[in-house]
Design a protein around this ligand. Structure first.
Ligand code: SF4
Length: 262
């Protein structure tokens, strides 16, 4: 018997669209983005504060890159989301699918059921963009991921402190041999001692894990005091500091902001 839409698992979404990835290891590649609603963190630099709570509606792009959005009700059944992704998946256009947010791992029960079907129907690699603080939710979906970008939180910049969870999370990624990297947002207020702590944490798992230092993009911060970008001298000093214990430390600002993309 064919299941009814009501029988499929559901998730609350913000938007689905096609764009050029502007951060981390996949920078410059074309992705289908599934932006999940809800986040349990409150980073000072957050440029996605509209994702923190679950809205009644979500936006779905009809044609890849055209920003011709339709509005649909939340929550969205997995089968409906799959149809939206299949419509976006024009031959040869996309390199991978990005699960972003918000915090996608707050939807882990949905992802466990959705990701096998997503991989089967699109043939595209799946990339998870996460705060990297929920190892328990990561474990069951790791078999369905191709790469993980973990946003390690520096207390002096983000206001969040998650060292223990970050260590467990990164170890899980490494043990599963999924491609993973760490992203650290740096600002003029970054404490070098926290960068040293982050470098030690990554090196304890593997010194070969790539780390991206991402200078914060100064934005209006309605929920917090402004956060300022680091100076060029700070960036040079901090990269050198982290390279004492790590093999790959790259400095890459958010390129999608330069391209004036979503
Ligand atoms: S984890 Fe991401 S979405 Fe959540 S508050 Fe931090 S930057 Fe914003």
């Amino acid at each position: 018997m064919i299941p009814k839409t009501a029988d499929y698992p559901t998730a609350r979404l913000i938007e689905v669209f096609s764009a050029i990835q502007g951060e981390g290891l996949n920078v410059g590649t074309r992705q289908i983005f599934i932006r999940f609603a809800i986040c349990d963190l409150r980073c000072h630099f957050c440029d996605s504060a509209h994702t923190w709570l679950a809205p009644d509606k979500c936006s779905v792009e009809l044609t890849p890159g055209q920003r011709d959005f339709e509005t649909h009700s939340n929550p969205v059944p997995s089968q409906v989301l799959l149809e939206w992704i299949q419509r976006q998946n024009q031959p040869g256009l996309h390199d991978s699918i990005s699960l972003t947010g918000g915090e996608p791992l707050l939807h882990a029960p949905f992802l466990v059921k959705f990701l096998p079907a997503l991989r089967h129907s699109t043939g595209l690699p799946v990339y998870l963009e996460t705060g990297g603080h929920r190892p328990e939710q990561l474990a069951p979906i790791l078999p369905f991921l191709d790469s993980v970008g973990m946003d390690m939180k520096l207390p002096s910049v983000s206001g969040e402190q998650r060292w223990k969870a970050h260590g467990e999370f990164l170890q899980l990624c490494h043990d599963s041999q999924v491609d993973s990297f760490v992203k650290l947002i740096i600002s003029s207020q970054t404490e070098p001692s926290e960068l040293e702590q982050a470098a030690e944490l990554v090196a304890a798992v593997s010194p070969a894990i790539p780390v991206f230092l991402q200078p914060v993009t100064p934005l209006p911060m309605p929920h917090h005091l402004p956060v300022f970008a680091p100076t060029p001298a700070q960036v040079l000093e901090w990269q050198a500091l982290m390279k004492r214990s790590l093999k790959q430390v790259r400095v890459v600002p958010q390129t999608h902001k330069m391209l004036d993309q979503l």
